[in-house]
Design a protein around this ligand. Structure first.
Ligand SMILES: *Cc1c(COP(=O)(O)O)cnc(C)c1O
Length: 468
């Protein structure tokens, strides 16, 4: 059989399964109303296909579970820690590795040790918890995405890049002494799961060296970024994803990583560092707040799953199958007349709800409306990334500054859903796209002052001519 035919297949079969719930349309309507029309308040047993997040939601392998059985739960110096440390050191090259229970804990520990109040943190795009932790350290997060990121339809292969001109201007302009850190998020989750090129990372490294500013990676999806570099960037066709990832880590002074994504595990994170003094500061903070520096809030069995997960996630067969599965879903969705942010990334697809539902104004939250409709029609849960999440509101919870785009994120958990499940998602969307006018808008009923999307409650706005 030819290699090409082998390449169609995910390089694994399913060993353990769990049932998924099927509710009637009436049950789904009642569940969503009970949840205040906020998918974060739905219970998992009310959801048929859960595309809310790719974080900690992946399936583990038999090899990971076998390794977990060897977990050494010694308080300090556990065998599991050394296996984890050696694996991460091998992959990243950083001399100092600190384990943390998840990415945001790493952000807090790193920024507390690295950033001073009043400093600037520059990024292609800060993830939401990263943004919050930069601010908690007293510094100011600032996003400098490349201009191509704002053309949702362009096929530009590296729309996750930072704007190098804007970065240069900031590093040489009146604010140059305030810049405390440049942090590159790979892939750029905040902007459509778009990858960052090695050329962009190399240019950032050169600028940071010249201006003596630390350069770190927020590398939650380092393997997916490496795969897309191998596919899209000239000069990397003969590199393995692992070689590309190692090269990317090598460009930076350190990293902070949520291992709930490309760690292929439910929990975990790490900080990688070169600087001895920074390591000493971070380690002291880690011991005080997360745990001793050989476990950092993780159990021995978690460290074992992670060490094995980090080996599996860079396997070309795995990455190829995952990328192909997401690309196939994008194709089915696009054929059904629903636009997605182009080109398709790997961990998520971003639906252009603003374009699909032109009868809804941003004040009626078209992204949220589409997300609710996917649940009502198909039991599918996803996340709005539009004006409900990013827009500015007044005291009456009315939208005053809309987000630039009204998007819905379909996040794809790793190794969890088959192409048949994803075909179902496309079919439910295709039905909505046949008659988009029947999707009604929403208004905010109550909203907390902070982290609105988690706790907001909404109500449907009755469509014109509606009888209920
Ligand atoms: C998930 C994520 C984080 C935060 O990590 P947690 O493990 O959820 O705390 C930070 N940055 C990026 C890019 C992420 O995707």
């Amino acid at each position: 059989m030819s290699v090409d035919l082998h390449q169609m297949l995910p390089p694994y079969r399913i060993k353990v399964v769990e049932p998924i719930p099927f509710l009637s349309p009436q049950e789904r309507r009642a569940a969503l109303a009970e949840a205040g029309y906020n998918p974060f308040h739905l219970r998992a047993d009310q959801i048929t296909i859960d595309l809310l997040s790719d974080s900690g939601t992946g399936a583990t392998s038999a090899a990971q579970e076998a390794a977990a059985a060897l977990g050494d739960e010694s308080y300090a110096g556990a065998r599991s820690w050394f296996r984890f440390r050696d694996e991460v050191h091998d992959l990243t090259g950083y001399p100092h590795i600190l384990p943390v229970h998840q990415g945001r804990a790493g952000e807090r520990v790193l920024f507390t040790g690295l950033l001073k109040p009043g400093q600037l943190c520059l990024s292609n795009t800060h993830f939401d918890t990263t943004h919050a932790n930069v601010k908690l350290a007293g510094a100011e997060p600032r996003d400098l995405p490349c201009p191509a990121a704002f053309d949702l339809d362009s096929p530009d292969p590296f729309k996750g890049n930072i704007d190098l001109d804007a970065l240069t201007r900031t590093l040489t302009g009146p604010e140059r002494d305030r810049v405390g850190l440049v942090l590159m998020t790979i892939t750029n989750n905040g902007l459509g799961a778009q990858p960052v090129s090695m050329a962009n990372l190399t240019a950032v490294r050169d600028l940071c060296r010249r201006h003596e500013v630390p350069f770190f990676l927020d590398a939650a999806r380092f393997a997916e970024n490496a795969w897309l570099v191998g596919q899209r960037e000239p000069g990397y066709q003969d590199w393995t994803p692992r070689q590309i990832a190692t090269h990317a880590f090598g460009l930076a002074d350190g990293c902070v990583v949520s291992l709930k994504k490309d760690g292929l595990s439910a929990i975990g994170g790490l900080i990688g560092l070169r600087d001895d003094d920074l390591h000493a500061r971070c380690e002291a903070n880690l011991i005080a707040t997360e745990g001793f520096s050989t476990y950092g809030g993780l159990a021995g069995h978690d460290l074992e799953r992670l060490a094995q997960g980090l080996r599996e996630v860079v396997e070309p067969g795995y990455l190829r199958a995952r990328a192909a599965s997401t690309a196939r879903l994008a194709r089915l969705i696009n054929e059904a007349g629903v636009d997605t942010v182009q080109p398709a990334g790997i961990h998520a697809l971003y639906l252009n709800a603003g374009r699909l539902l032109p009868h809804l104004s941003p004040q009626e939250f078209p992204g949220h409306a589409l997300g609710c409709q996917l649940y009502l029609d198909g039991g599918i849960r996803c996340a709005e990334l539009g004006s409900l999440y990013l827009g500015g509101m007044d005291d009456q919870h009315r939208l005053v500054t809309p987000a630039p785009f009204e998007l819905v994120r379909l996040a794809i958990p790793r190794r969890v859903y088959t192409d048949t499940h994803l075909e179902y998602v496309a079919a439910v969307l295709a039905d909505i796209a046949k008659e988009p006018g029947r999707v009604s808008g929403y208004r905010v009923v109550s909203s907390p002052p902070l982290l609105r999307h988690f706790k907001v409650r909404l109500a449907p706005i009755p469509a014109a001519g509606s009888t209920d």
